[in-house]
Ligand binder design. Structure first.
Ligand SMILES: Cc1cc2nc3c(=O)[nH]c(=O)nc-3n(C[C@H](O)[C@H](O)[C@H](O)COP(=O)(O)OP(=O)(O)OC[C@H]3O[C@@H](n4cnc5c(N)ncnc54)[C@H](O)[C@@H]3O)c2cc1C
Ligand SMILES: NC(=O)c1ccc[n+]([C@@H]2O[C@H](COP(=O)([O-])OP(=O)(O)OC[C@H]3O[C@@H](n4cnc5c(N)ncnc54)[C@H](O)[C@@H]3O)[C@@H](O)[C@H]2O)c1
Length: 463
């Protein structure tokens, strides 16, 4: 039986970083992966999704190029060749993950891990290694980094729908897609399929998409849907899915029906813990996830840690990586790095990207008197294209201290721009710092440093 200082279950964003940093700090480390090295982000998440976003953007660019003098002909999109090109790139990235771990001296296992007790794991066959012999390993420290998996709603006919895992490998692009749920995945894939030429119906229960984001940003997004060819069905609950001779019918609240070729459930994700045998190790589970402490990733069992999506704390790749890195350094290295989880920026890679950092107007105004600065404008790129798309920017500023508490944007390159603003919010810089920054012209980003007068003041002072 192999013995380790640290053993990581799950070769995704968090697990790979944790294993690599621990090994680089001299620990004897093993890691096991059941399906694909690199995990969700590389194989069924951020990376293939962003490649699909690019594919959809080219569709818009071909249309718009005509207004810039190009004789661009539309030849239609070749889904099969795009998927093959995407998969080749994903294969290359898988290899990089494996070689990073090997170079760091980590022992790699393929298989499905489960606890025998708090220090012992059994590794059995899995999709990545179906004929593997069962092995047993022991470790003083075990990290659960098993990620999350899509949730299907419990409605009649749900088996007819796909989830994001399947959306990356459809044999052909559906002409009509009905997407259920308007979180990150629902909104992003609405943009992807509409950009590639599908008719998209986006069905969601709330009045606005993207729950948790700034309300004004959500309203802005709703207004942009028609400009990107998306039919939004707000305040609509799916009740059952019916298979017909020609496709599917989504029966929704109020007796309405929506016909489609593909039902796509973008209805959230849940931690992947069912097969881990957590009860053998005594690990506590609450609401389907492992409630690890953000400060040190500790579970209730000494020597067992949990990082990334399995804790349901953030569900983003950079936070899973940061948690893995911090844990490895804390256990085997020097605690040097510091990350500001509270100011984690978020982006939604819709056809018009949206991004946010810090507090929304609603959050900030509960405890502070805040100045709200907003700007709406037609992005310069759209002046010749004739698109009705509008960009939106917003700063949330503490009225007393002038500290910038939040920044929100929808518009070209929003994610790239908000990454810079995230430094402003993390560093606690003030509106005066923003004001004394000279703009970069002509850009959309310069609007953030030229918003002089507040649009309104809201909230009450904490005192
Ligand atoms: C469609 C989609 C798009 C996304 N886009 C973004 C984005 O743009 N930006 C962003 O920051 N985040 C994005 N995310 C979220 C991001 O992918 C996750 O937050 C991140 O991958 C979490 O990393 P993790 O290490 O916790 O888990 P994962 O990356 O899911 O890795 C867990 C690994 O553990 C393995 N595993 C599970 N159980 C076992 C077991 N018993 N034995 C062995 N191995 C096991 C799994 O096979 C998996 O490879 C997206 C997610 C999805 C689904
Ligand atoms: N750009 C990014 O960073 C990015 C992209 C994709 C995913 N992610 C991560 O993955 C996670 C999962 O994404 P997601 O979009 O699936 O989840 P989500 O939690 O963001 O959104 C889920 C949506 O499904 C709806 N829903 C849930 N149950 C339903 C039901 N029974 N009927 C109808 N609607 C229902 C919710 O109201 C919500 O609109 C996100 O929380 C995010 O952390 C991040």
């Amino acid at each position: 039986m192999q013995e380790y200082d640290l053993f990581v279950i799950g070769g995704g964003s968090g697990g790979v970083r944790c294993a690599r940093i621990a090994a680089q700090n001299g620990a004897r480390v093993g890691i096991v992966e059941r399906r694909h090295w690199g995990g969700t982000c590389v194989n069924l998440g951020c990376v293939p999704k962003k490649l699909m976003v690019y594919a959809a953007e080219y569709g818009h660019a071909i249309e718009d190029a005509r207004h810039y003098g190009w004789n661009a002909q539309e030849h239609g999109h070749d889904w099969a060749s795009f998927i093959a090109a995407k998969d080749k790139e994903i294969g290359r990235l898988n290899g990089i993950y494996v070689s990073l771990l090997e170079k760091a001296g980590v022992d790699l296992y393929t298989g499905d891990a489960r606890f025998l007790d708090a220090e012992t794991l059994e590794i059995g066959p899995s999709p990545l290694d179906p004929t593997a012999e069962t092995r047993v390993v022991r470790a003083k420290n075990i990290v659960i980094a098993t990620g999350s998996t899509p949730t299907r709603p419990d409605i009649p006919g749900a088996e007819h729908g796909i989830v994001s895992d399947e959306a990356f490998h459809l044999a052909e692009r559906p002409q009509r897609v009905a997407i259920i749920g308007s979180g990150y995945i629902g909104v992003e894939f609405a943009g992807i399929f509409a950009g590639l030429g599908s008719k998209v119906d986006l069905i969601y229960r709330q009045d606005q998409p993207l729950r948790g984001f700034d309300e004004e940003l959500r309203t802005h997004l709703t207004e942009q849907f028609p400009h990107f060819g998306i039919t939004a069905h707000a305040g609509t609950t799916p009740e059952r899915i019916e298979k017909t001779a020609t496709g599917y019918v989504v029966h929704v609240s109020g007796g309405k029906t929506i016909e489609t070729d593909c039902v796509f459930f973008a209805t959230g994700r849940h931690p992947r813990i069912e097969t881990l045998n957590l009860e053998q190790a005594g690990v506590f589970v609450r609401d389907g996830c492992i409630p690890a402490r953000i400060v040190n990733s500790a579970t209730n069992v000494p020597g067992i840690y949990a990082i990334g999506d399995v804790t349901a704390a953030h569900n983003l790749t950079p936070t899973a990586i940061a948690e893995g890195h911090l844990l490895a350094e804390r256990l085997f290295g020097q605690e040097g790095r510091e990350w500001s989880f509270a100011t984690t920026p978020k982006a939604v890679f819709f056809s018009q990207p949206l991004a946010s950092v810090g507090l929304t107007e609603e959050e900030a105004s509960q405890h502070h008197k805040v100045d709200i600065y907003t700007s709406r404008f037609r992005p310069m790129r759209q002046t010749l294209s004739g698109r009705e798309e509008r960009a939106f920017m917003k700063l949330v500023v503490d009225a007393e201290s002038q500290v910038v508490l939040g920044a929100h944007m929808a518009g070209p390159e929003a994610a790239e721009i908000i990454q810079g603003l995230a430094i402003v919010v993390t560093a606690g810089l003030t509106k005066r710092d923003v004001d004394r920054t000279i703009g970069l012209h002509p850009t959309s980003a310069e609007e953030f440093v030229t918003m002089r007068a507040p649009t309104r003041q809201v909230g009450t002072s904490a005192r």
